[in-house]
Design a protein around this ligand. Sequence first.
Ligand SMILES: Cc1ncc(COP(=O)(O)O)c(C=O)c1O
Length: 404
Amino acid sequence: MFDEIRFNTIERLPNYVFAEINDIKLAARRAGDDIIDFSMGNPDGKTPQHIIDKLVDSVSKDKTHGYSVSKGIYKLRLAICNWYKRKYDADLDPDTEAVVTLGSKEGYVHLVQAITNPGDVAVVADPAYPIHSHAFIIAGGNVHKFGLDYNEKFELDTEMFFEKLKKAFRDSVPKPKFVVVNFPHNPTTVTVDLSFYERLVAYAKQERFYIISDIAYAEISYDGYKTPSIFQVKGAKDVAVESTTLSKSYNMAGWRVGFIVGNPKLVGALQKIKSWFDYGIFTPIQVAATVALDGPQECIGEIVEKYQNRRDVLCESFANAGWDMGKPKATMFIWAKIPEVAQHLGSMEFSKQLLKEAKIAVSPGIGFGEHGDQYVRIALIENENRIRQAARNVKKYLKNLEAK
Ligand SMILES: Cc1ncc(COP(=O)(O)O)c(C=O)c1O
């Protein structure tokens, strides 16, 4: 019925590639299989107790149950600005340069909706966290993509990045209005150093575009690597906003608390559009989130240590099983090149075979873009025993594949 009535936005959105893997996983579980699940970047740990205690305390009060504040309560906006000051020596105004979002994903989608005119072009490197490009599709914009280049240590090839970015500005009509960057990068784990942002900010001022930076994994880094922020660059606020989240650093993914800070024009646009969409996160969650940022930070070290141990066990045990993969310097993922013997399968078929034959779920690289098809993403959300079990399963599967 009503076939002539079309929904353009929905039609422009592709089907979620991961849904296919998810369906197979659920069917296997229902059939009684024990699937070792590395597929989603969903932290498996509990939120630190002092944050939970604050939530309970706040929810027990009389005055915390009404509508909250759409752009976030002042104390929480102040806490994120103080976090930036402590960590990056960056000055931000909690009223005009910070907004609390329902997780950084919601903030990103609504920011893009607020600032994108139909036909606007955004540059997003491929592969990418899917919403980084699809938010522009939802908003009626277009995406200019180029392949992300990096070395075996998962460090960005900055020269190639700028070469391709400059080409995007030469080729794209209309000229791009936004450039999205996300380092440490999901899915590839690729990292940058501060000089990358210095160059990017200078280029943004020259070509007149806005930068949207996502540092969701700012705190999840290893071996002494420290994630830089674009706001360590003087004058970056003229051209950039940056999103952060409590989801990963404090195991608070389900609480839905994130932030976008920086350029007041963009932050103001987001505050305005959000005031039409929502009444803010439940106040007790915002109060507890304030304690997360202002309180003791040892919990982050414990969370990072857990991921680091899993990373080391996974890389070692999978290498012994015949699947070598490089160690990431950051994020809760391993970006694993498909072993030689299975390269011809592509990431989707390889992921399906891993599910059916090795009982492990991973995310096929193709789900993050065409440049991801030689890889799968492994999320470090299973414990070390289960990682070792996964390696034993992989060993058998690869042996069988070789024998074919
Ligand atoms: C790069 C990146 N940005 C943003 C998000 C969304 O996080 P949040 O829970 O804050 O919405 C994720 C989640 O996996 C992510 O990987």
